[in-house]
Design a protein around this ligand. Sequence first.
Ligand SMILES: [Zn+2]
Length: 154
Amino acid sequence: MGELNSWLCVVSCGGTLKEVEKSEGSGVYECRKCGVVVKGEEAEKLQRELGLADQFFKRGRDMLLVSAPTSASAGGKEADALRCFQQALKMRRAKLSPYHKAIAETEDAIAEVFCRLNDFASASKHCAASIEILTKFFDENSMVPILPSLFPFI
Ligand SMILES: [Zn+2]
């Protein structure tokens, strides 16, 4: 589980950061690969950027909540929500390890929007991306039985 849910190294070495010290402020992080230490302003900047991605994600969620999936006027809010989720995904993919639950959550949300827009090909693509991440968190055998009911369009 070491590299799951980690932040990507700030010098783009491909490694991920681990928290080496918890502190009142932003904490201290060290790259598992190149050993670079991230703390203070740099760690705060990373947290701010991820916080912004969270806001995009939340905004997208809020838009979906006010838009009933079956309403005849559906489409406008979904398109707006999709843009928010895609922005959140872009930011999260730039900062987080490929196997991060926030990325799975975003892929899943994008899949849901495509589903509402009746674009099942795109939905299944994003759904598959989400599942690929989630299987890293669970025993793959325990995932299989629930798949057909959760994701009937795969
Ligand atoms: Zn590094």
